[in-house]
Structure formats: structure tokens, C-alpha cells
Design a protein around this ligand. Structure first.
Ligand code: ADP
Length: 450
């Protein structure tokens, strides 16, 4: 097992990884930008190294500085968390070239899954059902017109290098297609430096359902059930549930087993998530994330597993602690992403937290790195905490959520807490009756009513 792990991230996920390491008797090294000198991940780690100025490109994305930090501190492995360099195959390769271990999958799998066109091709070959669309990328309008006519409008133009909903444009009919294509290409070029695009049928009322998997180097591949991440705003997840309120036990087993077998076939190593859209009882693959996911705690709560511990074990060449036959799902879990944003227009609200009190009690977990007196820097993601509630039933989770939300105190900045309080009074949400477009429609109605 590793003796010292460098955590190449910040915020709540850096803390989450630190906690797993501590429990496993592994020392931790935090890296940080100058803007994060007082951050909790720096305070808790055994050692810390400043790796550059506030801008992420000069610090948390600065590969040379991170490798140097690992060498100076004698770390033997690097955990990338999510975001930043977590899906950068070159980073994984450079780490290996320095005789360090990357706590994540093999570079070849990061590469394949990072290119959505290659990912769809690999997933399809491994037996995973796909969204109807272009066979590979499209480069000309004539080609796109042909594909769209075949799959039927509306169609979605997506960036091969896509992420965070960027480079994704909708064409309702042929008259929109050309402009949607060039807009998608432009946005993809600006965000990813790569304007390769492909076409997909636009599903009208799907749910976003994703399967958590883990695979070790000893041939053990497991699937840990699904998370329903249909509550989204601008293609970004806002609240997640495990298991999904919309799946039958039969469908759950089917998609879980299809996914598990495909992962086995791909020879994948590490933890990962296969994302699907689910509509009219059918699953359609959209992408695979080759890292730990923001919403991993709800899977931990319903499976009673520590995913970060399993991930570290896999990277160290050890066996997963469980086999598929040992996995039981118990109860329900819900996660709310609390952002430093105003809850109506979602404008970022960085600044100093004056008073802070975390919720607690039965069935409540609060993963966050903030504290009273902490100043949220304006340079990074606005997510400041994840409120996770769990219990025997979905009803109990909703009751706990209401109670926990009323306990949290965060003053001095705006947060999205009021949004979740409001949602708890909406019948569609209470009944679990929502698709990926539901939240945006509801928010629009709210704004009009204001
Ligand atoms: P990104 O990597 O940019 O987040 P994804 O492919 O994971 O992109 O898609 C993000 C979200 O966009 C999905 O959860 C879903 O809400 C929406 N989406 C993606 N593909 C489709 C599709 N074919 N039809 C309808 N919505 C889609």
C-alpha cells in the first residue's frame, strides 16, 4: 500500500480523499494555489506545497509543479479527484514516467472515453446500447443533413471533446442545422481547442441514469447500481438520488449487468461511471467518466462501501473488498449540490462566510471544505458543499432533507439552499416524477411568477 499520497485537487473532494487516506494510514500532501493558502484541505493535510498563483491553469492544472511537489515530498501516488487533471491522459502518463502511481485508470482508457466519438464506438462494440446518431464524427453540412434526416429531428450537435455541457447545440429542424453546427464547432474550439462534432437524436423526456462501476487488476469487476441525476440546470447536475425512483428491479439488474459485462470486456481498471439517458424503458449510452464522480457519496450510502478506499486499493494493485454477489442495496440516498450562487439567477456569490453551522444527526452527511470566516475565492467552481441524506426509504430521505436544510447556517454569501427548500414542496419532485428538462421548466415558471 502507498505510504504517502499527493492530492492534486482542492475543496470538498480534496478533503474526501484525505479522509480515506487517513483511515488507511496513508500520509497526505495537499497542493494549493496562492488563493487557497488558508483552505481546509491545506490545513488538514500532513504536508502542503504551494504550486502557483490563483488561476487554475497556473496551479491546479500545472503538471510540472504538481510532479515537482510529489518529488519534493516523496509521495508515491497522486490522486487527481474530479475536474482539473482527472481525465487528462498525458498527466497519467507523466506520473507513470516519474515512477509515481496515478490513482485512476490506464491512460488508454482515459483517452478513449475522453473522445466521445471514440467512446461511443468502444461502448457500442462492448455491447452497450447507444443513442441513435452519426456513425463517428461529421464534418460537412451535407453529411449532417443526411444523418439528421435518417434519425429524425430534433437533433443534438455534440462536441467530441465535450464536457460540462459545452459545445452542445440543438437543431429543431433542418433550417437550424447549419447554424447549430457552426455554433457547436465554435464553442468546442474555444473551450477544448478541438472542433470535432457528432450528431445524436435529441431525446425529449429522458432521465439521466448512470451506473457506478469498479474493476481491480485481479479480474473482479463490480457494478454498484445506479444514480438518477435527472435534476439538471444547463446540463449540470443539481440533485442526485440512489437508487432511481423510476427503475424497476428487473431493469436495474439488466442495465447493471450489461454495463458490468461491457466494462469487463473493455479491460477497464479503476472506478468509473457509465452515463445513460433512459426513455420509454430503453437505455442509451451518452458517455463514460473515468474518475470519481461528485455524486459518489449516494452510492456509498446505499451500498455501504467506501469508493475512495476501493479506488486507492485498486491503484495499489490490491483486490476490491467485495464481489458482485456481496453487494446489497439498502435504503435510499439523496445529494444536493450547494453552490455559492444566488438561488434565482445562479450568479456566483464568492466572498467571506461570516457564520457557518453544518447540519448533522441521523442519516445526514455534509461533504464540504468551508468554515466560518473562510473566504470563497472567485477563481474556481461555485460548489461549496454536498448535503447527503440517507435512510430506509425515499420518504424518510425527503423528511431528513427538509430537516437538514433548516439546520444549515451559511451567512455572508448567497447559496442555492433556498432552491432545495422550495423543491421539497413541489409534488413532481416529491413523487420522483421528473426528467432532465423538468427543473429548467420549473425554474422558468418560478422566474415568471416572481
Ligand atoms: P457533458 O460531458 O458535456 O456533460 P453529456 O453527454 O454527459 O455531456 O450530456 C450532459 C447532459 O446533456 C445529459 O445529462 C442530458 O441532460 C443532456 N443530453 C446529452 N445528450 C442528449 C440527447 N441525445 N438528448 C437529450 N439530452 C441529452
Amino acid at each position: 500500500m502507498f505510504k504517502k499520497v499527493l492530492i492534486a485537487n482542492r475543496g470538498e473532494i480534496a478533503l474526501r480523499i484525505h479522509r480515506a487516506c487517513k483511515e488507511m494510514g496513508i500520509a497526505t500532501v495537499a497542493v494549493h494555489s496562492t488563493a487557497d493558502a488558508n483552505a481546509m484541505h491545506v490545513r488538514l493535510a500532513d504536508e502542503s506545497v504551494c504550486i502557483g498563483p490563483a488561476a487554475a491553469k497556473d496551479s491546479y492544472l500545472n503538471i510540472a509543479a504538481i510532479i515537482a511537489a510529489a518529488e519534493i515530498t516523496n509521495a508515491d501516488a497522486i490522486h487527481p479527484g474530479y475536474g482539473f487533471l482527472s481525465e487528462n491522459a498525458r498527466f497519467a502518463e507523466i506520473i507513470a514516467a516519474h515512477d509515481l502511481t496515478f490513482i485512476g485508470p490506464l491512460p488508454e482508457h482515459i483517452k478513449t472515453m475522453g473522445d466521445k466519438i471514440a467512446a461511443k464506438d468502444a461502448a457500442g462494440k462492448a455491447g452497450i446500447p447507444l443513442v441513435p446518431g452519426s456513425d463517428g464524427g461529421v464534418t460537412s453540412f451535407a453529411e449532417a443533413k443526411k444523418v439528421a434526416a435518417k434519425i429524425g429531428y430534433p437533433v443534438l450537435i455534440k462536441a467530441a471533446a465535450g464536457g460540462g455541457g459545452k459545445g452542445m447545440k440543438l437543431a429543431l429542424s433542418e433550417s437550424d442545422l447549419e447554424s447549430a453546427m457552426s455554433n457547436a464547432q465554435q464553442e468546442a474550439r474555444a473551450s477544448f481547442g478541438d472542433d470535432a462534432i457528432y450528431l445524436e437524436k435529441y431525446l425529449q423526456k429522458p432521465r439521466h441514469i448512470e451506473i457506478q462501476i469498479a474493476a481491480d487488476a485481479h479480474g473482479n469487476v463490480i457494478q454498484l447500481g445506479e444514480r438518477d441525476c435527472s435534476l439538471q440546470r444547463r446540463h449540470q447536475k443539481v440533485l442526485e438520488e440512489a437508487l432511481s425512483p423510476a427503475l424497476s428491479e428487473k431493469k436495474r439488474q439488466q442495465i447493471g449487468e450489461t454495463t458490468r459485462k461491457a466494462i469487463e470486456k473493455l479491460g477497464y481498471l479503476g472506478v468509473g461511471t457509465v452515463e445513460y439517458l433512459y426513455e420509454n424503458d430503453e437505455f442509451y449510452f451518452i458517455e463514460m467518466n473515468t474518475r470519481l464522480q461528485v455524486e459518489h457519496p449516494i452510492t456509498e450510502q446505499v451500498t455501504n462501501l467506501d469508493l475512495v478506499r476501493e479506488q486507492i486499493r485498486i491503484a495499489a494493485g490490491e483486490k476490491l473488498t467485495v464481489r458482485q454477489k456481496d453487494i446489497r442495496f439498502s435504503g435510499h440516498a439523496i445529494e444536493c449540490r450547494i453552490n455559492a450562487e444566488d438561488p434565482v439567477h445562479f450568479r456566483p456569490s464568492p466572498g467571506k462566510i461570516v457564520n457557518f453551522h453544518a447540519p448533522g444527526g441521523p442519516g445526514v452527511r455534509f461533504d464540504s471544505a468551508v468554515y466560518g470566516g473562510y473566504s470563497i475565492p472567485p477563481h474556481y467552481d461555485s460548489m461549496i458543499g454536498k448535503l447527503i441524506v440517507f435512510g430506509d426509504s425515499r420518504e424518510l430521505c425527503l423528511e431528513r432533507l427538509r430537516r437538514a436544510l433548516s439546520e444549515i447556517v451559511i451567512t455572508g454569501i448567497n447559496t442555492t439552499i433556498p432552491l432545495f427548500e422550495k423543491l421539497l414542496d413541489v409534488p413532481d419532485f416529491i413523487n420522483g416524477d421528473y426528467d432532465i428538462h423538468w427543473l429548467e421548466n420549473w425554474l422558468e415558471d418560478q422566474q415568471q411568477a416572481d
